[in-house]
Design a protein around this ligand. Sequence first.
Ligand SMILES: Nc1ncnc2c1ncn2[C@@H]1O[C@H](COP(=O)(O)OP(=O)(O)OP(=O)(O)O)[C@@H](O)[C@H]1O
Length: 360
Amino acid sequence: MNVLELKNITKKYGPLVAVDDVSLDVERGRVISLLGPSGCGKTTTLRIIAGFTSNDSGSLKIGGKDVSRLKPYERNVGLLFQDYALFPHMTVAQNIAYGLRYRGTQASGIPSRVDKMLSLVQLTGMERRYPRELSGGQQQRVALARALAIDPQIVLLDEPLSALDAKLRLELRIELKEILRSVGATTIVVTHDQEEALSLSDEVVIMHAGRIVQRGSPTQVYDTPADKFVAQFVGRSNWFSGLRRGGSGGVSSYVTGEGLEIRARSTPSEKRDSADLCVRPENIEIIDGAAAKVAEGADSNVLAGVVIDVAPLGADVHVVIELQGKVRLLAIRKNFGRVPELVSGQPVVALFSASDVLVF
Ligand SMILES: Nc1ncnc2c1ncn2[C@@H]1O[C@H](COP(=O)(O)OP(=O)(O)OP(=O)(O)O)[C@@H](O)[C@H]1O
């Protein structure tokens, strides 16, 4: 059953179309992220669902009921919004109980519900503290407890972890995921952080200029992006522009303006002579040029180059190589600790399969 149904939602600010004909159904218990560049309409969509912003057209149902005319507090929605901070003059317990009181929950039932929420976010014993007596991570957990306390039909999270430092953010991300799964909360998350969106969610909705351009599992949007925009936006990528020169056995051959030949297995949906070609950095293998005896099969790309930069980033090593003195490629290899280190100026060969080249 769909807990949330958006149909043809549009919101304009003067001539600007902030949300453009967005339709979105969300099943019970799913965690969905809205992802896209700044200004693409993510927050406006979330605010329309919450009831803070009214839509110009389209319909909005929560739990099968049209809620367009209901106030935010009448919508049975749990909110963790940036501009909806904890109440500083209330204790942790009072903050968590706030929504329950507001909704007329029987007073006798409130303490046990608050205890349950405190235990869920692992803050038992802190009920009498004030927000200023808590760390940033603890404050976010109280805010989550407050959002979940009312047993909402849908939970809306706006940049839930953005105020935290990188390490805490990662820890709390895992905790947040576990909590949302354990209570089976149907959730919509807006975040700028791609990794956060991809790791938290069952599905990702990619928005561009007010519209939904792709919806799919994190793996789908990364491995089979619907268009060039999604391919460029999600993850890192290297790009070539080429003219099709023929091909055989399901492999097309393209020649770039720099004279590089790139082979690709997939073909653009419309038959065109020119195409944009994308290869992900982790699919590029780098081999020491001096030692390279690479057999160039019809199914592979073997391109000679020179290392320009090597950045060891802990688990991964980012290597930039230059091909033909013009085109730069980023390759990401795992740091296994035993591969010989690459150095700037070293001649190398970049190797990637034709089936790893996306064609647009
Ligand atoms: N109250 C408002 N008045 C006028 N324009 C607005 C208003 N709110 C949002 N907009 C505009 O609508 C567009 C979508 O904004 P929105 O905040 O939804 O984008 P976003 O994808 O959440 O961006 P960000 O990632 O930067 O938060 C933007 O161009 C923004 O400037």
